[in-house]
Design a binder for this molecule. Structure first.
Ligand code: UDP
Ligand code: MG
Length: 311
């Protein structure tokens, strides 16, 4: 029987942990296969680590803990977990129980059929309307620019073959987005629907700005299309303004000064503002790439582990 490793990033989840333990252990015990759970404490400021350690004392047979020396983000926490897994199939899961651990059984069934990545789609996603709407757009745009085909980038309850998680663990990238990374290296991926519920305890760890930044991580890590889009738009715009200029010059020559009435001034302003807006966003997008390039060049450690338990 193939061994299962479950990686759970934990950031200020003390309110969710008791319920998480209560449901996850029975769900995994009943699978009748060897397993381990690696909790990665991502610099929680509440008593999450205390609760994790208590659980470790109780279930040393299956619990392992990586305790970070600060907050390095959900995806880095998962990468850290990937560097320590010992199973053949690796499942990532959130600590807040929005994705039920009971669904792992269904995912493993697909894995056993020979799929190396089992992606998931949140059926009847129970989140605020604005987040669902934003996700829809993000999913469509991201698929377009990355060339990947993932229906739900946000759902982290996923199963990966150990070969895939090893590739991710060995990668040197300072910014990453796990589901997209795995999809890129998957040979035989599949997506299944799983249930989803509201966050019961605590609140989302993603503010609006963190979500935007996460989506830029996703975009810049997997595609150069935005840069190419800027270059091509720049060419098209300069081509068009060349035509416009030629037209204006021709009119001036043919009709003389009378062609120069003030009516055109506002049209020019409109064009100018459009161009300025376009240039600022072009610089911004370029900046997103440069900023991440800078992060890579600095080569700071991706995460720092303070302590490990059971590893
Ligand atoms: N998380 C983390 N580090 C962070 C932010 C989040 O380890 O900096 C964990 C968090 O504890 C949870 C998971 O990542 O287990 C997903 O976070 P959350 O539920 O807040 O995200 P949402 O469901 O709102 O997208
Ligand atoms: Mg959540």
């Amino acid at each position: 029987m193939k061994k299962l490793s479950v990686v759970i990033p934990v950031y200020n989840e003390s309110a969710s942990l008791p319920k998480l333990f209560e449901r996850t252990f029975p769900a995994l015990d009943k699978l009748n296969r060897p397993y381990e759970i690696i909790f990665v404490n991502d610099g929680s400021k509440d008593d999450s680590i205390k609760q994790l350690k208590e659980m470790y004392e109780k279930r040393k047979d299956v619990v392992k803990i990586i305790d970070f020396n600060g907050n390095f983000g959900q995806h880095m926490a998962i990468v850290a977990g990937f560097t320590k897994v010992t199973g053949d199939v690796v499942v990532t899961m959130d600590a807040d129980l929005q994705n039920p651990p009971e669904e792992i059984e269904k995912m493993l069934a697909e894995f056993d059929k020979g799929h190396d990545v089992v992606g998931t789609i949140r059926a009847k996603r129970d989140d605020p309307f604005f987040r669902k709407f934003a996700s829809k757009i993000v999913n469509i745009v991201t698929n377009k620019i990355t060339g990947l085909k993932i229906h739900d980038y946000g759902c982290m309850l996923r199963a990966y073959d150990r070969r895939i998680t090893d590739i991710i663990a060995q990668s040197e990238e300072a910014t990453t987005f796990i589901p997209a990374f795995a999809q890129k290296f998957a040979v035989n991926p599949i997506e299944i629907e799983i249930s989803h519920s509201k966050r019961m305890e605590g609140e989302s760890k993603y503010s609006f700005f963190r979500l935007v930044s996460l989506n830029f991580d996703l975009m810049t890590s997997f595609s150069l299309v935005p840069l190419q889009f800027i270059t091509i738009s720049g060419m098209v715009i300069s081509g068009l303004s060349f035509l416009l200029a030629s037209y204006l010059i021709a009119m001036r020559i043919i009709y003389g000064a009378s062609a120069d009435d003030t009516n055109g001034v506002f049209t020019l302003f409109a064009i100018l503002f459009f161009l300025i807006g376009f240039m600022i966003s072009a610089i911004g997008i370029t900046g997103e790439y440069i900023g991440r390039l800078f992060k890579e060049v600095r080569k700071r450690p991706k995460f720092v582990i303070k302590e490990e338990y059971g590893i």
